[in-house]
Design a protein around this ligand. Structure first.
Ligand code: GLU
Length: 417
């Protein structure tokens, strides 16, 4: 279990960087006071009839950081360790992602404290529908638009869409993104986060003058982002030397058999349990490589292990994998960090495309989606990297400054501060 103090740290450290970013941009206490917390946070209790016949009451959250730019947007995670402060921090990160990518949204995030790995298909359906009933007043295609996140997928989005459409009594595909294609999903959405991370790896390697074919990549986490990323990196000719899941990690300096691993992976991303010679997740992070991609969960690279990280480039596919102290240590050691709010924004960018397509009723080809995603991700990287150089700030602060700038401006224009 993540201890409460660690969870609080996620929000506190986000607030520290938000404050630094706003001060660097010339804003004062009032703006900081407004943007350091979500404007709205809802906690709901959801009674669900389990297959056994008993009722279990689940706790869920929905945080809306700020809607000065437009409706709020962000995923819903199902996880036993979800808590209010984590969801708040994640909603702020969504604002930053949308700001960097220039999407017409503010940040939102939701979560339910549950373990989907121990629930049946029908129990998950009832929980997904129950969550939508609980938050229906607060969400909608022009208010707050949910999406998949940790341990939620297109089936869960489909149930949520159906429940919302029943409540509202009209079909509203733009209420949620990450839907199956037949219900108005976008081509390329399922692979979007990984595509975005792959594009960031290419850019970071280019910055460092390393050829992709010479790059050794370690990916921590084999969920949606990690597994597709392993596939894309392998197909592009890089050598994926390490991967991991909740059970452990595999490392081979000659490169792993990615196709075999993808083939054997279960629907929650577990595969290393099929092997006998595994190492731990912590050991994997410190193995030799050129690019390290934390694609699992928060607080993986800390002040404790940062001095031993051997990668020259860290691309954060997970939300919040590197602590602020670790960011400082890595930056001093010359490691190029592509921060989460930039590197993992591919998902929400294609979610935006999905919402645009729903609003238009006109659907794009996968090539069009990929092309537009690439353009937006590269523009984001260039802005952040240039700001990092011109203002002599680390990549995380540069990303926060880029991400919060437009939001603060919108707040000003609206006259809130
Ligand atoms: N959950 C993803 C994220 O954290 C995607 C959010 C979205 O598509 O709205 O960025």
């Amino acid at each position: 279990m993540i201890a409460e103090h660690e969870a609080v740290d996620v929000l506190k450290s986000t607030q520290v960087v938000i404050e630094q970013a706003l001060r660097k941009l010339g804003y004062g206490d009032e703006m900081i006071e407004l943007l350091k917390e979500p404007m709205r946070m809802m906690t709901v209790r959801i009674p669900i009839r389990m297959d056994s016949g008993e009722t279990q009451v689940f706790t869920g959250f929905r945080a809306q950081h700020n809607d000065a730019v437009g409706p709020t947007k962000g995923g819903v995670r199902f996880h036993p360790e979800v808590n209010a402060d984590e969801v708040k921090a994640l909603s702020i990160w969504m604002s930053l992602k949308c700001g960097i990518a220039d999407l017409p949204y503010g940040g939102g995030k939701g979560g339910i404290i549950c373990d989907p790995r121990g629930m049946s298909f029908r129990e998950l359906e009832r929980l997904s529908r129950g969550y939508v009933r609980a938050i229906s007043q607060l969400v909608g295609p022009t208010k707050d638009i949910p999406a998949p996140d940790v341990m939620t997928n297109s089936q869960i989005m489909a149930w949520m869409l159906d429940e919302y459409s029943r409540i509202r009594e009209f079909d509203s595909p733009g209420f949620i993104t990450g839907k199956p294609l037949v219900l108005g999903g976008s081509r390329g959405r399922e692979t979007a986060t990984a595509r975005g991370v792959a594009i960031m790896i290419h850019e970071a390697l280019r910055t460092r003058g390393v050829a992709l074919h010479d790059a050794r990549v370690i990916i921590q986490g084999f969920g949606n982002a990690g597994s597709f990323l392993a596939k894309f990196m392998h197909e592009a000719g890089a050598s994926v030397v390490g991967i991991s899941d909740v059970h452990g990690a595999l490392y081979n300096e000659e490169g792993l058999d990615i196709e075999h691993l993808l083939d054997r992976r279960d629907s929650f991303g577990a595969v290393t349990n099929l092997f006998t010679s595994t190492i731990s997740n912590a050991e994997l992070l410190e193995k030799p490589c050129d690019v390290l991609v934390p694609a699992a969960t928060q607080n993986q690279i800390t002040a404790e292990n940062a001095p031993r990280i051997q990668a020259g480039i860290v691309v954060e596919a997970a939300n919040g994998p590197t602590t602020l102290e670790a960011t400082e240590i890595l930056t001093k050691r010359g490691v190029l960090i592509v921060p989460d709010v930039l590197a993992s924004s591919g998902g929400v960018i294609v979610s935006y495309f999905e919402w645009v397509q729903n609003n238009q009723g006109y659907y794009w080809s996968e090539a069009e989606v990929d092309h537009k995603l690439r353009e937006m991700m590269i523009a984001g990287y260039q802005q952040v990297y240039e700001l990092h150089l011109s203002r002599a700030v680390d990549m995380r602060l540069a990303a926060y400054m880029t991400g919060v700038r437009r939001l603060a401006e919108a707040v000003r224009y609206r006259g809130w501060v």
